[in-house]
Write a protein that binds this ligand. Structure first.
Ligand code: BGC
Length: 464
């Protein structure tokens, strides 16, 4: 009998411990969302203040994604050496510093640098938080935890849109960009109360600490012993990402799939709306106040439609939801493009076009938004999981940057309507990509997916 473990487990309040832990870690999702959302309302005021052209605005928007790509690359190493908790603390500190730096930026160039710094924090957090959540959550609520994380992202975007709307009356973009440091401080304080990840503690040979954390989170000595034995077993499979990538063509296929999935998510065009919604509403003929309120409506729609994914993903499966999502997105954007080419004259036409843009948001939020992240964590074999997820997360940010850095140029280069048609066409192509390349992973264990992948089955068949 392991008396201290029995005592620790008996003294624990596991439900409270797990709820607080997960809420705190999910706050990283909120930071992610704030960061994505905050810039859209600020750009027009930055543009007026610094007297810069669209091209410079694209750089100011997308330098954040560049920083995030670098942060995501470094995060694997950092979360292995410093630990998940300390990596998140570093991300929290850099986040606060980065947002204050944005608020005081004295030139467009400095703002680009400040947004890059802010991005590094988000890159680290977007890699580390889901990893941490998966490591502390009990098996039966793991799926729900990852979905909660996406809900927090969309909530962060909505909060940023609302706060931008509030500041838009004064046009003070410095407050818009600086205010997100406040939730950052709460996040940072909360992080100090997080336990270290038990899995990371075991990786470091800190067996007693791991046991104490698990006792607190699970409250049952037998469950703790079993989980420690399971983690020990898993840790025998060391991470061999790089060498496996060089040697194993099947692993190259799953890494390629993760990269493709994230590129698909970004080329739906979702972030065009996240970053430039007020500008899009301006082109539809709305004044500044209306632009801001419609942007807030976009944020709210995004949160609510994410709940649709929660309800259906384990019932209908991934692929049917993706087919529906890409179809809705293609239609929504196609119609927005058509309305722009016909000219939007009456009130009715304006509302209809806004409605179609919101339909596009629904399509994304109920499908590719949450599902791509889920799929990316499901398709990698155990030995290469960290490497595979780092590669796909990196791709998310690089393609996110490409989308953000080209939108205004596309508008002025090929015109409003063709830009929306281009993204509509891409969404139509993604229906075929889903058919030919994406596996259905509903109800399949990760071990089975790995076996199918390694036996050389086509990617679309590695699920069932
Ligand atoms: C994407 C982000 C996007 C957000 C919108 C996430 O899944 O990765 O790029 O801004 O969804 O809700």
């Amino acid at each position: 009998m392991d008396a201290p473990l029995e005592r620790q487990a008996a003294a624990a309040h596991p439900r409270a411990a797990i709820v607080t832990t997960c809420i705190l870690a999910a706050l990283a999702g909120l930071m992610f969302g704030l960061d994505i959302g905050v810039i859209s309302g600020a750009t027009q005021f930055i543009q007026a203040d610094f007297k810069v052209n669209d091209h410079m605005i694209e750089w100011i928007v997308s330098s954040m994604m560049g920083g995030a790509a670098i942060g995501a690359l470094g995060a694997g190493w950092m979360s292995a050496s410093l630990g998940r908790k300390r990596s998140l603390i570093v991300a929290g500190v850099v986040f606060i510093a980065g947002s204050l730096f944005c608020a005081v930026a004295w030139s467009p160039q400095i703002l680009i640098v400040a947004r890059f710094v802010l991005g590094i924090a988000i890159g680290v957090a977007t890699f580390t938080a889901p990893l941490y959540l998966a490591e502390v959550a009990p098996e039966k609520v793991r799926g729900a935890m990852i979905s909660t994380y996406q809900l927090m992202i969309t909530t962060g975007i909505l909060l940023a849109f609302l706060s931008d709307t509030a500041f838009s009356a004064s046009g003070n973009w410095r407050w818009m960009l600086g205010i997100i440091a406040a939730p950052g401080v709460l996040f940072l304080i909360g992080l100090f109360f997080l336990p270290d990840s038990p899995r990371w503690l075991l990786m470091r040979g800190r067996r007693e600490d791991a046991q104490a954390v698990l006792a607190k989170l699970r409250g049952d000595a037998a469950v703790v012993r079993k989980e420690i034995a399971d983690i020990d077993e898993q840790l025998k499979t060391r991470q061999h990402g790089w060498s496996m990538f060089g040697q194993n063509p099947n692993f190259r296929r799953s890494v390629g799939l993760g990269v493709l999935l994230q590129a698909v998510q970004q080329f739906t065009g979702m972030n065009v709306v996240m970053y430039y919604a007020p500008r899009i509403f301006k082109d539809m003929g709305y004044d500044t106040q209306a632009q801001m309120w419609f942007t807030a409506a976009v944020g709210l729609t995004n949160v609510l439609a994410t709940l649709i994914a929660f309800a259906f993903v384990d019932r209908l499966g991934r692929k049917p939801i993706l087919y529906a999502g890409f179809t809705i997105m293609a239609v929504g954007l196609g119609v927005v493009g058509t309305m722009m080419s016909l000219g939007i004259h009456s009130r009715g036409e304006q509302f209809f076009t806004v409605g179609m843009l919101l339909l596009f948001i629904v399509g994304f939020a109920m499908s590719a938004g949450p599902l791509i992240w889920t799929l990316c964590s499901e398709v990698q074999p155990l030995q290469g999981r960290d490497f595979g997820i780092a590669a796909s997360t990196f791709t998310n940010w690089v393609t996110n940057m490409i989308v953000g850095a080209t939108f205004l140029s596309l508008l002025s280069g090929i015109g409003n309507a063709p830009t929306f048609w281009l993204y509509a066409a891409l969404n139509a192509v993604f229906i075929a990509v889903t058919f030919f390349l994406i596996p259905e992973t509903k109800g399949v264990t990760l071990e089975q997916i790995e076996r199918n992948l390694m036996s050389g089955k086509p990617l679309r068949k590695i699920g069932g």
